[in-house]
Ligand binder design. Structure first.
Ligand code: ITT
Length: 193
């Protein structure tokens, strides 16, 4: 069985990505499977830079093929913020709730509430050039919270054309439409070729 490491400790991502990679014959390892890892500071200015940095650092350290993703939320009325700062929008070591609160506050007077989730994946295989995949989920920032599923900004993100908050989707349904789900699907199509 082919082994691949997904470069994340985010349990939600682990579940989402395993569910898609295992059926096509991959043994999926995560950062929880290794005792020692190099520290990687995600200080890139783009999702692509961060994904590449995570992937190359871990692949060289572990001597394994690695998939690294970087994702975030871009809000048009806020000059595409929080963007690469999505995890720490309200500061270091903050909760999803802290970030959501700050975002709703910053959106108080905005009429254009358009936003999109972005995922960039870097597939870094030993002795091969890195390959990138990117996808989006377009929608709007809500004015109130709804739904108990998912994570991060899901409760305040309304999916375009469906008028439903992302946190109201089951994991399976989210994977079908989400930035990361579609991006992993592109990666899988590539790996299947
Ligand atoms: P790793 O870097 O360990 O993978 P992370 O939680 O930092 O985990 P990202 O850098 O990819 O994940 O994402 C940054 C933030 O963007 C994340 O903390 C969420 O707040 C937000 N985000 C990303 N994907 C999301 C999703 O599907 N739904 C809601 N929020 C999401």
């Amino acid at each position: 069985m082919k082994e691949i490491v997904i470069a994340t400790k985010n349990e939600h991502k682990v579940i989402e990505m395993k569910k898609m990679l295992e059926p096509i014959g991959y043994k999926v390892l995560t950062l929880y499977d290794f005792l020692e890892l190099p520290e990687i500071i995600e200080d890139g200015e783009t999702f692509k830079e961060n994904a590449y940095k995570k992937a190359i650092t871990l692949s060289k350290y572990l001597n394994k093929d690695v998939i690294a993703d970087d994702s975030g939320l871009e809000v048009f009325a806020l000059n595409n913020e929080p963007g690469v700062y999505s995890a720490r929008y309200a500061g270091e070591n903050v909760s999803y709730e802290d970030n959501n609160k700050l975002l709703l506050k910053n959106m108080e007077n905005k009429t254009n509430r358009k936003a999109r989730f972005v995922t960039t994946i870097c597939l870094y295989r030993l002795d091969k050039d890195p390959i990138y995949f990117e996808d989006y989920l377009v929608g709007e920032i809500a004015k109130e919270y709804k739904g108990n599923n998912g994570f991060g900004y899901d409760p305040i993100f309304i999916v375009e054309n469906f008028n439903k908050h992302l946190a109201e989707y089951s994991l399976e349904d989210k994977n079908l439409i989400s930035h990361r789900g579609k991006c992993v699907q592109k990666l899988i199509n590539y790996l299947k070729e």
